[in-house]
Design a protein around this ligand. Structure first.
Ligand code: AMP
Length: 861
């Protein structure tokens, strides 16, 4: 509250002098002024503490027709539209004055007159505007003002909508006995304040239009996040703050100011709350850093977040090995010992063909092929095909990562030399009997390593396709027996060294005798064994704890206990919601960040329960968390925790950058290699194996319920109780009641709700079909009824375009009518792993023109 520069006694003192002066200098006006000066008298009295004070008094109660005016000087309004006037006075009770006539009054009037002129010496009575008639709350009776304690009245009035420079106040007495002790004139203002880093100036309150809108100004080193605004209310309080400022990059908030980040810390974005420590291998020597500078030898890729450690290029790949198979070679190597601190290592190969002595080499050219590719390989293996037989090659394997291009140091490389094709030459000896043949041969001239064994292959002439036999031996001689008499056989021999198989030597035709002769048996036949060597696991196999089973939240009497047992409570203040990314049945799904004590901030998805939910809805919503919280597998969406202690109730999970699989595939139609697609399927199968090992049945496995992260890792999501199916737009009501996603569901589950892991396998087959067809709708636009009928009649979805025959076969196996005939998820994982290790097996494409019936043969509709 601000007082106008005005205090009653002293000004009245001045005033009376002025009147005297005026009376002296302007005699014709005396008659106007005289009643004023003569009626109201300035008198000194004692207050209750016996200190003297000045009052203005009038008390002409004995005479009728009083009209006595007392006026202030000009009071500047200083911009205020509403001004308050507090007066303190005493008023004498007419009854207490003996013998006064009926004209005695117990009130007086207060007036004002607005004017830009500060020096008016005369204002007509009629020009004043009346503020109010003032009466006493307490009047006093016998006590005389001169020597006793006074009873003071205090009254406050206000005048509003003032617009001129100032005003005059006046008091009119019509015949009362008054002592005016003080007049205080003031206005109210909202004081200067800083809120949400915005400064709001001292603001004078409004007139009758109550609230004054005030725009805040961002404090030093801050910027507007949302325009800051507040309202100054008529009684001087600030109301309804809106918007805020945030500290600029390089600054952080501390008690209403933005202070620079200290050396060693940084703040990259205005919306980050605080400066954070520089990530590893970086520093910020100066204050106010918006990012930290990488140490020498370390770099930050353009797409790296500034919160990420600075990294360096990887060291060279290690331990390269080759496995030759005729004119193909599989190269495998170990990842670099030093990854440079990154996870995005890729490999590229350079191929050179060299002379016999290895001294002269030339680039291989485009006739040599690399599977899956030559540049940018993400796994540490490649198949090189179409090499020339009997030749030397030198492969340089180079490792790189996201910062290799920023580093001046040469790439880490390792070289491996490979020799193709060691042909086994001429059969030297042969011995025949009625049912056996003995062969001998000479090893290759230049084997590329110690010879491990020889492989003999033979078949009846012209019958190769039906039946051929492979035998192995360590010696370079072998007797093959058990042959038919008088029959021509074709034999071929090849050698295997540490480096793999060589090419077969030429074909040798031999006919067995019709008559029995001797039966020499000089050679050893080794058991056939598939080429061993190093098997490189492309995907990490899942770690499982098979003793654990899933506990249904309904087995808990108190569902809140299930939540407490399986989900971590997160403090809502550690969550920053950033964007809405989707909508679920219970409310929005947002992305944001979660800060966990002592850990890096992580990106999370936040599902919140919208307001106005019932108890059952809250239980169902949280059941998803108490199910998810029991799982721990790289292909199952991970629960970070829940917020249940404050509203809204939230479920926090890891963030999957690429969203749901069906939408993701539609968006990238035709852009992945078969190996990549199989890799995704492998992940889903592995997640499902984990769930089935835990005895959890999903019931709604479909591409729309799989989420994909930035590394293309697929994770199974959408757990919950009844809600899962209620929530799925694909689910339709069946005649038996209950909602079922018909196209994804096994016939026995549709017919009599027999949901098992085997019915999940059926759904998995449909997911395979969705993935290979890049998100096509299963059974296209057929009606649910027609789908049920077609399945019952034995029809199955045909292979999608460009689908490897082995994958379609696996789908058909998943869609076996008898649920025990379907593969288990564990078997599916094994099959897919084999396909990934042996990409050649995916080369044969299925004919996708017609429907499939009962498994392996097809029918054109
Ligand atoms: P839901 O309630 O699980 O059906 O989620 C609705 C939508 O939100 C999904 O289709 C996704 O697009 C998105 N979503 C849900 N969870 C995540 C997550 N963890 N990461 C990214 N997007 C998600």
């Amino acid at each position: 509250h601000s007082r106008l520069h005005f205090s009653f006694p002293s000004y009245l003192l001045l005033f009376s002098h002025l009147f005297v002066l005026l009376a002296i200098f302007f005699p014709p006006l005396l008659y106007v002024l005289l009643p004023l000066t003569l009626s109201w008298e300035e008198i000194s009295v004692m207050d209750e503490r016996n200190t003297p004070m000045r009052t203005y008094q009038v008390c002409n109660v004995m005479e009728a027709n009083q009209n006595n005016w007392l006026r202030t000087r000009h009071i500047s309004r200083e911009g205020a539209q509403r001004v308050y006037i507090e007066i303190k006075f005493t008023l004498r009770d007419c009854n207490s004055l003996p013998g006064v006539p009926g004209t005695c009054k117990e009130t007086f009037n207060m007036y004002y007159y607005e004017s830009n002129n500060a020096n008016l010496w005369f204002i007509k009575e009629s020009q004043y505007v009346k503020i109010d008639t003032i009466a006493a709350d307490e009047s006093f009776t016998q006590v005389d003002v001169g020597d006793r304690v006074m009873k003071l009245n205090t009254e406050v009035r206000d005048i509003s909508n003032l617009s001129k420079k100032g005003f005059y106040l006046a008091f009119q007495d019509l015949g009362a006995c008054i002592a005016l002790v003080s007049v205080r004139v003031f206005y109210k203002k909202c004081p200067l304040t800083v809120l949400n880093l915005a400064q709001f100036p001292d603001t004078i309150t409004g007139g009758d239009t109550a609230l004054v809108e005030v725009h805040g100004v961002c404090v030093n080193a801050s910027e507007e996040f949302e325009a800051p605004k507040m309202y100054c209310s008529a009684d001087g309080g600030w109301l309804v703050p809106i918007g805020r400022c945030v500290c600029k990059p390089g600054f952080e908030e501390n008690k209403d100011v933005c202070q620079p980040c200290r050396p060693g810390t940084y703040k990259a974005s205005a919306t980050d709350a605080y400066c954070t420590k520089c990530p590893p291998h970086s520093s910020s020597p100066q204050e106010q850093a918006v990012e930290c500078i990488c140490e020498k030898g370390f770099h930050r890729a353009e797409s790296d977040p500034r919160s990420m450690a600075c990294t360096r290029p990887p060291s060279a790949p290690e331990n390269p090995i080759s496995t030759v198979n005729e004119t193909c070679v599989t190269l495998e190597w170990s990842p670099p010992r030093d990854t440079g601190g990154r996870g995005d290592i890729t490999y590229s190969l350079h191929c050179r063909k060299c002379s016999g002595d290895g001294k002269k080499c030339t680039p291989c050219g485009s006739s040599v092929h690399f599977v899956p590719r030559q540049i940018g390989l993400s796994s540490a293996t490649v198949l090189v095909t179409d090499l020339q037989p009997d030749s030397n090659y030198s492969f340089t394997i180079e490792s790189q990562n996201g910062v290799s291009d920023l580093s001046p140091t040469p790439r880490g490389t390792v070289v491996i030399n490979v020799t193709t094709s060691q042909t086994v030459s001429v059969v030297l000896k042969e011995r025949r009997s009625k049912d056996s043949v003995t062969l001998a041969w000479q090893g290759p001239e230049r084997p590329n390593g110690a010879i491990v064994e020889y492989e003999v292959i033979y078949y009846e002439k012209n019958q190769r396709e039906q039946n051929y036999t492979v035998l192995k031996t360590r010696s370079n001689m072998m007797t093959v027996d058990g042959l038919k008499p008088g029959t021509t056989y074709v034999f071929r021999v090849r050698a295997r060294t540490d480096g793999g198989y060589g090419s077969y030597g030429g074909e040798i035709e031999l006919e067995t005798n019709v008559l029995a002769i001797g039966d020499p048996n000089q050679s050893t036949i080794l058991a056939v064994s598939i080429a061993g060597g190093i098997v490189l696991l492309i995907f990490l196999s899942s770690c499982q704890d098979s003793s654990r089973t899933y506990i249904h939240p309904h087995t808990y009497e108190d569902p809140n206990q299930a939540i407490r047992d399986f989900a971590k409570e997160i403090d809502a203040s550690n969550i920053r919601i950033e964007r809405v990314i989707g909508a679920g049945e219970f409310g929005e799904v947002c992305s944001g960040r979660l800060r966990v004590q002592g850990k890096r901030e992580i990106y999370v998805a936040i599902k919140s329960l919208k307001a106005g939910y019932s108890d059952k809805q809250r239980r169902d919503f949280l059941s998803e968390a108490s199910i998810m919280g029991q799982f721990d597998h790289p292909n199952i969406i991970r629960l970070e925790g829940v917020v249940t202690r404050c509203k809204p109730v939230m479920i926090i999970t890891e963030f999957m950058e690429n969203g749901s699989l069906d939408t993701f595939l539609k968006k990238h139609d035709g852009q992945f290699t078969v190996i990549q697609l199989v890799g995704m399927l492998r992940g889903i199968a592995s997640g499902m194996k984990y769930l089935s090992d835990m005895s959890y049945i999903h019931r709604d496995l479909a591409a729309r319920n799989i989420l994909v992260n930035s590394n293309l890792v697929c994770k199974v999501s959408d757990f919950g109780l009844s809600r899962v199916l209620e929530d799925d737009p694909e689910a339709a009501y069946t005649t038996r009641g209950g909602k079922i996603p018909i196209r994804w569901t096994a016939p026995e589950a549709i017919a009599y709700r027999k949901f098992t892991s085997a019915s999940d396998v059926w759904s998995y087959g449909i997911v395979m079909w969705e993935v290979i067809s890049y998100g096509e709708r299963p059974y296209w636009e057929m009606s649910n009824q027609d789908v049920i009928k077609a399945i019952d009649e034995g029809y199955r979805l045909p292979a999608p375009m460009d689908c490897p025959v082995v994958l379609h076969q696996l789908m058909l196996d998943c869609w076996e009518k008898g649920r025990s005939d379907r593969p288990k998820f564990g078997q599916i994982v094994t099959i897919l792993d084999k396909l990934i290790r042996n990409p050649a097996s995916l080369r044969e494409l299925a004919n996708s023109s017609g429907w499939s019936v009962g498994g392996s043969y097809k029918l054109e509709l």
